[in-house]
Ligand binder design. Structure first.
Ligand SMILES: O=C(O)CCC(=O)C(=O)O
Ligand SMILES: [Fe+2]
Length: 397
């Protein structure tokens, strides 16, 4: 068992890692004798690319996913069928976007968008309070019933909700190619995610379609990330502050990250040791988010991770964060509740999302607007107060 503290640790020889999981900052002692996972498994899903994969093949993949999510909460997904040319063109578009003049990127500044989407310059977020901010810039987009690329009507059989009157995403002015590139990737990654949702149901020996009803028009976020190299450090303090993206667990159900060839992602094992998740060409790095952890009563772990780009090279990555429908209620799976254990409460997916996303962006106008509204009032007034931002999504932190 590793030792965890919620206050800064006393000075001494012991080394602690700091992370922010949920709402509580935590310090976990680094043990010198790891007994937890030290590598991240690779799961080959080539069988799923055939028109009708056998049940045995599907069950085999589901069993591997079950094992990975239980032990490390992380796995690489190989032979997933996303064309290499699409991956390359997506990275090329991201590189081109981040190389645009600052003023052009700022036409899509996150502060201009009520749903907290858009461009976030360097140091705008700060997941670890000991740092000057996260050394990364990002562009986030997400679910929007009004953007035609997302086919709301054909997916749901309904018209967009009447309270959504404006597109939820914001795009840089005069750079239509970027929107096209992001949506080309979205169009390829979403069918893959739909396949995985069924495999996850199978992992619990449920009918493969058991979770489909939770993902009719889900909350999702896609976040293009650019991490410039961190400057070299000389002191212990500088080293602790050298973080590209502070330690966190994802506020999603499942995250699928496409990373380039620059190694910087690290995953915290149960002994408090950081395990590298280096790029494996042609794979996604997938990880369990807090919703799935909750749904499985903690059987699947939303593992803490961080990014430190110490390579000297520019790094780009593209997480796809998937969360169930904003109107869904997420129950704890019965099969995950042991004898004598209490079944945790079901949660309203969208409501929890809003309560978590707003504090994560305290300087954003939308967060400021709702900051002083007491939670019970927010709940009681739900149609009026919550509806305008019901479909927001920002980040999975
Ligand atoms: O850049 C990466 O590899 C991971 C990014 C991440 O963890 C996040 O955005 O939540
Ligand atoms: Fe993450």
């Amino acid at each position: 068992m590793s030792e965890t503290l919620t206050e800064p640790p006393p000075a001494g020889d012991d080394e602690y890692v700091f992370f922010h999981s949920g709402t509580t900052p935590t310090y976990r002692k680094i043990t010198k004798t790891p007994g937890s996972f030290t590598t991240i498994p690779t799961i080959d899903i080539s069988a799923l690319n055939s028109p009708s994969p056998s049940l045995a093949a599907r069950k085999d993949i589901a069993a591997q996913i079950h094992a990975a999510c239980t032990v490390s909460g992380f796995f690489y997904l190989s032979n997933h069928g996303l064309p290499a040319s699409l991956q390359a063109s997506t990275f090329a578009a991201m590189t081109r976007f981040f190389a645009l003049p600052h003023a052009t990127k700022m036409t899509a500044h996150v502060q201009k968008n009520p749903a907290i989407r858009g461009f976030e310059p360097m140091f705008e977020t700060r997941l670890d309070p000991r740092t000057q901010g996260d050394t990364k810039e990002a562009f986030t987009m997400g679910d929007c019933p009004l953007e035609p690329e997302q086919n709301y009507v054909s997916k749901t059989g309904a018209q967009p909700p009447s309270n959504i009157t404006r597109p939820q995403n914001i795009w840089p002015e005069g750079e239509a190619w970027f929107r096209d590139a992001m949506y080309a990737y979205y169009a390829a990654v979403t069918p893959l995610a739909a396949k995985l949702i069924q495999i996850f149901a199978l992992a619990f020996e449920l009918p493969e379609t058991a979770f489909d009803g939770l993902f009719k028009f889900p909350i999702w976020g896609m976040r293009a990330l650019h991490y410039p190299p961190l400057p070299p450090t000389t002191t212990k303090g500088e080293e602790a502050a050298a973080v590209s993206l502070g330690a966190h667990s994802d506020f999603s159900w499942l995250t699928m990250v496409l990373q380039d060839e620059v190694s910087a992602l690290e995953v915290l094992n149960k002994d408090g040791v950081w395990v590298d998740a280096p790029p494996v060409p042609g794979t996604f790095v997938c990880n369990v988010g807090q919703y799935l952890e909750r749904q499985t009563a903690g059987r699947f772990v939303a593992t803490v991770h961080r990014v430190r780009n110490k390579t000297g090279a520019e790094r780009y990555s593209l997480p796809f964060f998937l969360t169930p429908d904003p109107g869904a209620r997420l129950e704890v799976l019965e099969c995950c509740v042991g004898e004598g254990e209490e079944r945790g409460e079901a949660v309203d997916v969208g409501e929890l999302y809003i309560r978590r996303v707003l504090p994560a962006r305290p300087k954003h106008p939308t967060s400021i607007k709702y900051r002083d509204v007491p939670e019970n009032y927010l709940k009681a007034q739900e149609p009026d107060l919550v509806k305008p931002i019901k479909f927001l999504n920002a980040t999975a932190i």
